[in-house]
Ligand binder design. Structure first.
Ligand code: 48F
Length: 254
């Protein structure tokens, strides 16, 4: 029996890694924006892979508002909740509450059912830049466990036509791309203090391409473009995820 377990895991696990070493869209981060973009991109027929450094989904959803187990969205996000079959309750005019555990679970199910692949425990640590004019063509990654161990282990590669930074506060992937590849001409302005109503609109407006092959969604947009953060309101995260899917569809299909 042990031999069969070992062989099933190694054979089919390695097959997945082989199959997903070249994708249309690679999303870094399985938070609300990353999972939303994964579903809509997979719905459009793209080969979609999500790398998440933790062994769980959801990013900042699980903590609710300062650990109180509710989050809120505004009216414009309701069509997305309906697409994912997520329940909500009206709290007051134009503000609806959602259970964080349900939001995490159903965003992940929505992405997976649409055909996206999610691999957990992967830490993306660098980008690949090629061509003239320069474009981002993929990432370097290692298992998070290796990252934490501090062992000197070289990474592996994944190739993408479009790479989405959905890593949350800090915009880790865009930061690395900017620091190591000045030829990409990325200027990071830094996130500003909280202003929920302004930021919820701006985060969607500014969602988009950062360099050829590199896109940003979610709260990482605020870091890149110098926008205020918004706290535990998540409509902007979901709408940003949906918008980046539409932008990438146009860019990849023309
Ligand atoms: O932080 P996160 O939830 O980002 P988001 O989708 O949503 C932001 C909200 O949660 C909240 C907010 C909304 O009002 O302000 O903060 O923009 O999810 C980011 C995910 O990316 C993973 C991280 O573990 C988290 O699950 N991640 C971050 N860096 C890496 C990564 C990396 N280098 N490689 C792989 N995964």
């Amino acid at each position: 029996m042990e031999l069969k377990i070992q062989r099933a895991i190694v054979k089919f696990g390695m097959e997945d890694l082989y199959e997903y070493s070249d994708v249309d869209v690679l999303i870094v981060g399985a938070g609300p924006s990353g999972l939303t973009s994964a579903k809509y991109l997979a719905d459009k027929g793209f080969k979609v892979l999500v790398y998440e450094k933790r062994l769980s989904f959801g990013g900042g959803i699980g903590g609710g508002g300062n650990m109180i187990p509710k989050i809120v969205v505004q009216e414009e996000a309701l069509p997305i909740l309906k697409d994912f079959k997520i329940k909500y309750k009206e709290a007051e005019k134009n503000l609806y509450t959602i259970d964080p555990a349900e939001l995490i679970a159903k965003l992940a199910v929505g992405a997976l059912d649409a055909g996206a692949k999610i691999i957990l425990g992967v830490h993306v640590e660098d980008v690949i830049v090629r061509d003239n004019p320069p474009r981002v063509t993929g990432v370097l990654w290692r298992w998070t466990a290796i990252e934490i161990s501090g062992l000197h282990v070289d990474p592996l590669y994944t190739q993408s036509k479009a790479l989405i930074d959905a890593t949350g506060h800090g915009a880790e992937i865009v930061q690395i791309a900017a620091e190591k590849n000045p030829e990409l001409n990325i200027i990071i302005k830094g996130e500003k203090s909280n202003w929920s109503e302004v930021s919820e609109k701006l985060v969607v407006d500014y969602t988009g391409k950062v360099a050829e092959g590199l896109y940003v969604t979610g709260i990482a947009v605020c870091e890149v473009f110098g926008l205020p953060r918004m706290g535990p309101i998540f409509g902007g995260m979901l709408m940003s995820g949906k918008k980046i899917a539409e932008i990438i569809e146009k860019d990849l299909r023309g």
